[in-house]
Design a protein around this ligand. Structure first.
Ligand code: ADP
Ligand code: MG
Length: 240
């Protein structure tokens, strides 16, 4: 692939003597929306945290935009991450929650104001900017959490099961919002979920993981129609 933006080469992770990622190889194209899917405990969050620089790399390499980032500090990787438990700062308004990381990064005031305005517009947060987190619904809080990532205008967006605390109806709505956001920003996105439906409906590229390995990667329908292993067939519910 000549437009590769993120690449893993024989990436491994051990906690003590226990290896939990066993040699991950994958290339992700620029602007792609990639979904990492697999059962709980298969290593999705570990992989995502390694990309973000929140977890040490045991062996192998991660490259982002052509440069090996193993030794690059988290804050210099051009990444923003949205977690499942989107802890907002309870004593800050929505606007303050959005500006906090930019202030830490000493972003000039006018740039900060412009970015918050843009993120608020995209995520429909304008009427909420002066509220506190306790005055928001679950979906609104998740939008603020996305806004906090968005204001940093990352080249690479990481999502770790961002919708699993929301009810079913909201989950479906938010899937569409996240996709619309991606279409608009064209940031390369890696989205982790254990939900097959989420993977099949949202991904350009689905990567099925099992027990610290990639079982198969490909377009959703490719995987569904031509599962390479019994695990993939069963996990995606392909016809026998
Ligand atoms: P997933 O996100 O797919 O549910 P994780 O990446 O959280 O999976 O976990 C992968 C494996 O690594 C699991 O066996 C888990 O118990 C183990 N693990 C994760 N974090 C740690 C840690 N900090 N210390 C020890 N083991 C861990
Ligand atoms: Mg996880």
């Amino acid at each position: 692939m000549d437009n590769t933006f993120v690449e893993f080469r024989d990436l491994r992770k051990s906690y003590g003597a226990l290896e939990v990622l066993h040699g991950i190889n994958l290339a992700i194209g620029k602007h792609a929306f990639v979904v990492l899917v697999g059962p709980s405990g298969c290593g999705k969050s570990t992989l995502l945290r390694m990309i973000a620089g929140l977890e040490a790399i045991t062996a192998g390499t991660i490259s982002i935009d052509g440069r090996v980032v193993n030794r690059i500090h988290a804050k210099d990787r051009g990444i923003a991450m949205v977690f499942q438990s989107y802890a907002l700062y309870p004593h800050m308004t929505v606007r303050e929650n959005l500006s906090f990381s930019l202030e830490m990064a000493k972003t000039p005031k006018d740039v900060m104001v412009a970015r918050i305005e843009r993120a608020a517009g995209i995520l429909h947060l304008d009427p909420l900017l002066d509220r506190f987190p306790a005055q928001l619904s679950g979906g609104q809080r998740q939008r603020v959490a996305m806004g906090r990532a968005l204001v940093r205008e990352p080249a690479l967006f990481l999502f770790d099961e961002p919708l699993s605390n929301l009810d079913a109806k909201l989950r479906v709505e938010m899937r569409a919002e996240i996709k619309a956001l991606h279409q608009r920003l064209q940031s390369t996105t890696i989205y982790v979920t254990h939900d097959q439906v989420e993977a099949m409906t949202m991904a350009d590229l689905v990567v099925v993981m099992n027990d610290g390995r990639i079982e198969q990667s490909g377009r959703p329908l490719e995987l569904y129609d031509h599962p390479a292993t019994l695990f993939v067939a069963e996990f995606l519910g392909s016809p026998a």
